[in-house]
Ligand binder design. Structure first.
Ligand code: GLY
Length: 315
């Protein structure tokens, strides 16, 4: 069997490494790829990243299955495009990937389905955003999120009004995040331990992966801003059996059922960024894909054949 992994980071390197352990694999490709993935696959990466070009590559090389690592091609509709061409691909379509592509969509979805998350306000107006800060109704730290995709840089934890006003100015007025920051979500900060909880799903059934945790803030002592890819670890004790059950019953199943009931069933890998608060687990964010860098420790511990899981999602 031939598999294409789409992406170019450590997450995709880990996916390639794990897929190569399947007995049924004859060749893995990774595009656009990187030096590490090329060493793993044994073929130089060609740097292909456009969705149409990836589909051409799959047809030309007779690839049996494509797996998508990053969120951008998913939100741009790579799954919709491949499906139209009859090509097997693992991941959510663009409508389902909105769970990650729009923070506002995710918040409203959670509200509709009673999924625990923090209180929020959505706005495109700097005046309204500043009034919310001055009102102080969410307290500090205050979470300010860009609605769209911002490569891990779209969430600001403001410790005081000055930092909050600065984030509002940068996102809504200076547009430092471009269109991603045209609309923002302001929400109450949730206290607790953060856990990354990933599942495989075919749109109705769910298989959870083991819990993991990433190191979000840059600089020692957690004193820098949130960023992506600082490292991750996985340990069973991150979630007790009771909390695990609450996560499945109150968050995971309602999300999968909610997406199906809205006519946008979610197929692929879904990442729940959770905060374990004193009131129980709550959702910080959804990601429409495997975590980066959580994929590395999670796949390192996975004993099952990943190809079997991917085929299960499709079939
Ligand atoms: N580790 C956070 C993320 O993958 O977005």
């Amino acid at each position: 069997m031939k598999v294409l992994v789409v992406g170019s980071g450590g997450r995709e390197h880990a996916l390639v490494w794990k897929i190569l352990q399947s007995k049924r694999i004859s060749q893995v490709y990774c595009e656009p790829g990187n030096g590490g993935t090329a060493r793993e696959t044994g073929v130089p990466a060609r740097g292909i990243s456009r969705i149409g070009d990836l589909a051409d590559f799959v047809r030309q090389e007779r690839v049996d299955l494509t797996v998508v690592g990053p969120e951008i091609p998913l939100t741009l509709g790579i799954v919709d495009h491949f499906q139209k061409l009859g090509l097997a691909i693992v991941g959510p379509n663009a409508a389902a990937a909105r769970l990650e592509g729009s923070k506002l969509f995710a918040k409203q979805f959670m509200q509709r389905h009673g999924i625990p998350t923090s209180r929020y306000l959505q706005t495109t107006s700097p005046v309204e955003a500043r009034a919310t800060v001055e009102d102080g109704c969410f307290g500090y730290p205050l979470v300010i999120k860009a609605d769209g995709l911002a490569a891990g840089k779209g969430v600001v934890l403001a410790e005081n009004a000055r930092e909050a006003h600065q984030a509002i100015h940068e996102m809504l007025e200076e547009r430092v995040l471009g269109a991603a920051g045209e609309q923002i979500v302001i929400e109450r900060f949730l206290e607790g331990e953060e856990v990354s909880f990933l599942v495989f799903t075919d749109g109705s059934h769910v298989l959870p992966m083991i819990p993991s945790q990433d190191h979000k803030r840059v600089f020692d002592g957690d004193c820098g801003p949130n960023t992506g890819g600082m490292g991750a670890y996985s340990a069973d004790w991150l979630l007790s059996p009771e909390i695990n059950r609450q996560v499945m019953d109150r968050i995971v199943h309602p999300t999968i059922q909610g997406m199906a009931s809205e006519g946008t069933p979610y197929k692929g890998i879904l990442y729940f960024g959770l905060m374990l608060t004193a009131e129980g687990p709550q959702v910080l964010e959804y990601n429409a894909r495997m975590g980066d860098p959580e994929t590395q420790p999670v796949l390192f511990r996975l004993k099952s054949d990943l190809l079997d899981v991917f085929e299960g999602i499709l079939e």
